[in-house]
Write a protein that binds this ligand. Structure first.
Ligand code: 5GP
Ligand code: ZN
Length: 136
């Protein structure tokens, strides 16, 4: 993809701090880290988002994310890790080349809040579950 920042990183046209590389997967430090060691894991091949990544390759990307999560705990001193993917702009995706964020967590007050404490009422959970499960 000509205008993709992450393809340019894969090709070496834009520099990065590389954390891991193999034939299919690349991991590098995020240029605007939210915590120490914030890393992006990407397939070298361009897919606009997670939705289009073949599942075997998705598994390889996640396996690398797991290794980096483990390394952030054993070598950086993180106490936990958030593994995050944003799919489509509505969910915060700004670079349209599939990537997974590995975000090491060090303390309660590291200025980063990922909250899932909304409790939407009036949702028909049985119908939602049925609709989703029919498509999987
Ligand atoms: P998104 O919002 O799409 O989930 O995340 C995109 C991430 O890519 C952001 O956290 C942003 O800081 C990072 N990013 C954008 N451009 C570059 C770049 O040129 N180099 C690196 N290393 N990270 C980048
Ligand atoms: Zn790309």
């Amino acid at each position: 993809m000509d205008n993709c920042i992450f393809c340019k990183i894969v090709n070496g046209d834009i520099p990065c701090y590389k954390v891991y590389e193999d034939a299919e997967v690349l991991a590098f430090l995020d240029v605007s880290p939210v915590t120490k060691g914030h890393t992006l894991v990407i397939p070298k091949e361009h897919f606009d988002s997670l939705l289009y990544c073949p599942k075997d390759l998705l598994g390889k990307v996640m396996a690398v994310a797991q290794k980096i999560a483990q390394a952030s705990i054993t070598t950086l001193g993180a106490k936990g890790v958030n593994i995050v993917n944003n799919t489509n702009p509505i969910a915060g995706q700004t670079v349209m080349h599939f990537h997974v964020h590995v975000i090491p967590r060090y303390s309660d007050d590291d200025q980063l809040k990922l909250e899932f404490n909304k409790n939407l009422e009036n949702l028909n959970l049985p119908v939602i579950a049925e609709n989703l499960s029919k498509k999987i």
